[in-house]
Design a binder for this molecule. Structure first.
Ligand code: AMP
Ligand code: MG
Length: 303
């Protein structure tokens, strides 16, 4: 794939909006770092973020929205979260709140969690793309896994060139560090990641910095899970892959983007089924398969 780099103009944003609606990820500047944005309501589009970054594991992604009203259609805001939103949005603050049922956010975005990280960005290019696509945009940093976050279009190109269709060049990202993250999902506010916005210790009392994504820990089904299953035992719900079919199939055609996009939905279905145990067919470890297998191993070895 050839990666186009276009300056931030009405035309390039229109092209980026078309790509987003076609399920492709696009790199776009925000006020923190360059983000790799995809339609948060389209699970396969979000899986392509992971594919492009070569990320070996799933973690919840931040969802960017144009304003607080759009955020409130996706998440449930307590008064203390609302107050922070009024104070700091648009800006580099992410609020983790309860996900509204039926909000349409793909389960791969929250990595299966019942919470969602939301942010209203303060950058004209990201705001223009939100407007052009009309979709909430999941957007982690636009770099290959393991390399540092990009603050210029050329950093994105060096890291993801050939793996994504388009980079919108909006010059240097002003802040250069990722958003502050505050959790408001139960108990006091919690500071989950330090960042450009100083949240005073009082406001985030009870806070201790936790490693990313650890607030609600990771989603894992409540039932025992067996890996690399070729067939189901009588009390098992089998999640198939490719030619090994089961009660459900991650991807009958063996497509890893499709498999990643369905992983969390099928784990939830298996957990809700009448069967006492879960089994999962072998998934190859290449590409997105590594992230899928990482999550399945964690689910199998849960404490
Ligand atoms: P980024 O890579 O900058 O998009 O940041 C993603 C980080 O946001 C994750 O690693 C989490 O720390 C945090 N985050 C996003 N959504 C959630 C969520 N639902 N629950 C907990 N943490 C979240
Ligand atoms: Mg990053």
């Amino acid at each position: 794939m050839e990666t186009q780099v276009l300056p931030f103009t009405d035309d390039s944003i229109a092209e980026a909006g078309r790509l987003i609606l076609a399920g492709e990820p696009v790199a776009v500047p925000t006020e923190t770092v360059y983000g790799l944005a995809a339609d948060a309501t389209n699970a396969e589009a979000v899986a392509r973020i992971y594919e492009a970054k070569g990320r070996p594991s799933f973690n919840p992604l931040i969802v960017h929205v144009p304003d607080l009203a759009a955020a409130q259609r996706i998440g449930e805001f307590r008064d203390d979260a609302l107050e922070l939103a009024h104070q700091h949005w648009p800006g580099p603050l992410t609020l983790v709140v309860r996900l509204r049922a039926g909000a349409g956010i793909a389960s791969i975005v929250t990595a299966g969690l019942p919470t969602v990280g939301l942010r209203v960005p303060d950058h004209p290019a990201m705001q223009a793309l939100l407007g052009a696509s009309g979709r909430p945009l999941a957007a982690p940093s636009a770099n290959a896994s393991g390399s540092i976050s990009p603050t210029r279009a050329e950093h994105v190109l060096r890291s993801l060139g050939g793996r994504i269709p388009l980079v919108i060049d909006g010059g240097a990202a002003r802040r250069g560090i990722e958003s502050t993250i505050v959790g408001a999902t139960g108990g006091p506010l919690r500071l989950l990641r330090r960042g450009p916005i100083e949240i005073d210790a009082e406001a985030a009392s009870g806070a201790g910095i936790e490693s990313p994504g650890q607030m609600a820990s990771h989603y894992a089904p409540s039932k025992p899970l067996r890996l690399r299953a070729e067939a189901a035992e009588p009390d098992e719900y089998l999640i198939g892959f490719g030619v090994i079919d089961g009660d459900a199939n991650l991807s009958p055609g063996g497509d890893l983007v499709e498999a990643a996009s369905r992983l969390f939905d099928l784990l939830h279905s298996a957990d809700a089924s009448p069967k006492a145990r879960i089994a999962v067919a072998p998934v190859p470890d290449a590409g997105l398969g590594a992230a899928i297998n990482d999550r399945l191993r964690r689910a199998a070895h849960r404490a």
